[in-house]
Design a protein around this ligand. Structure first.
Ligand code: IPM
Ligand code: MG
Length: 361
């Protein structure tokens, strides 16, 4: 009886294990209350995988994720592995995992919690109410373009997009916009790059199937500026792999801390849910990391991968409540904090709130 789900757990490096443990704590508290059952399968990826198996993405992990309903991932990388050959670097493991799973659609919400409007480096009136969804193409573009080469006198990468790749990511963005404010801004560099001109033409074609959605286009340099100048003008931002990488980091700072925001890499049978921050080796092991981005990623996983909407809502509400009560990790300590908490304390608080708000089913 009950709903059973198999969750792949990839803790990774640096603060990855600490923040994933807190998300699991919250998931366990929820499942106990809400009539579903989560079975975890831990897998290796990143620097820890290099240390244990010699490669950043072992075959067992590639096979293992296929057996799962979703993957919850922490973070990878650190100075220890920075000087390895490119194919052995932790980042190569993550890119290969995305590619092998086919998770081409990366959803990165950038929202500002009312409770934290003072935490942004921007003025309150600029950020209050910001609610943006960055839809980043994740398995093509400059990251994966061939040919690529590191020579002695010359090095190059190529930005390649196929029609199929642009169509499918554009559809994802329009579908999401239909459930939101029905506005898509496609970001490219069509004034300079052929690949962007191609991207733009295809996005315009796809838009014909979504007459209710307003489509605009922006060059990436202008979009970066607009994101800081007047972020509330955006609803859904649709963009390619490298531009999305940069724009989503910029967008994350509207919220005040990169430690707050989740992401989902979807588009295939199994999706990867992960905080948008990195492994933060400088603070790893100190118990001071902010687990909210990972806990929020677990919420996205419940919503998008498992269809456990009520449970996802409970996590979102619990995060808001913890912020409203003034519980903060150190990254947000200067903003209306009542109490500075450790990573595990925040996990305990959220787990406690999701239980209290849950009725036995
Ligand atoms: C991200 C990260 C990765 C990326 C790195 C770690 C390869 O910056 O998920 O945004 O560039 O995609
Ligand atoms: Mg990035």
């Amino acid at each position: 009886m009950g709903r059973n789900y198999r969750i792949g757990i990839i803790k990774g490096d640096g603060i990855g294990p600490e923040v994933v443990d807190e998300a699991i704590k919250v998931l366990d508290a929820l499942s106990a209350n809400m009539g579903f059952n989560l079975e975890y399968e831990e897998m290796l990826m990143g620097g820890v995988a290099v240390d244990e198996t010699g490669v950043p993405l072992p075959d067992e992990t590639i096979q293992g994720v296929k057996r799962c309903d979703a993957v919850l991932f922490g973070a990878i990388g650190g100075p220890k592995w920075d000087n390895l050959e490119r194919h052995l670097r932790p980042e190569s493991g993550l890119l290969a995992l995305r590619k092998s799973m086919g998770t081409f659609a990366n959803l990165r919400p950038a929202m500002v919690y009312d409770e934290l409007v003072n935490a942004s480096t921007l003025k309150q009136k600029v950020v209050q109410g910001v609610d943006i969804m960055v839809v980043r193409e994740l398995t093509g573009g400059l990251y994966f373009g061939e040919p690529r080469e590191l020579g002695v006198d010359r090095a190059y990468n190529t930005m390649v997009y196929t029609r199929e790749e642009v169509v499918r990511i554009a559809k994802v963005a329009f579908e999401i916009a239909m459930k939101r404010d029905k506005r898509v801004c496609s970001v490219d560099k069509a004034n300079v790059l052929e690949v962007s001109q191609f991207w733009r033409e295809i996005v315009i074609e796809v838009a014909e199937d979504y007459p209710e959605v307003e489509l605009t286009h922006m060059y990436v340099d202008n979009a970066t500026m607009q994101l800081i100048r007047e972020p509330k003008q955006f609803d859904v931002i649709l963009t390619g792999n490298i531009f999305g990488d940069i724009l989503s980091d910029a967008a994350s700072m509207l919220s005040g801390s990169i430690g707050l925001l989740p992401s989902a890499s979807t588009g295939s049978k199994v999706g990867i849910y992960e905080p948008i921050h990195g492994s933060a080796p400088d603070i790893a092991g100190q118990g001071i990391a902010n687990p909210l981005a990972t806990i929020s990623s677990a919420s996205m996983m419940l919503r998008y991968a498992l269809g456990e909407y009520e449970a996802a809502d409970k996590i979102d509400a619990a995060i808001k409540k913890s912020l409203a009560m003034g519980y903060r990790t150190g990254d947000l300590g200067a903003y209306d904090a009542k109490e500075i908490c450790s990573c595990t304390e925040i996990g305990d608080i959220i787990a406690n709130y999701v239980c209290k708000s849950g009725k036995k089913k």
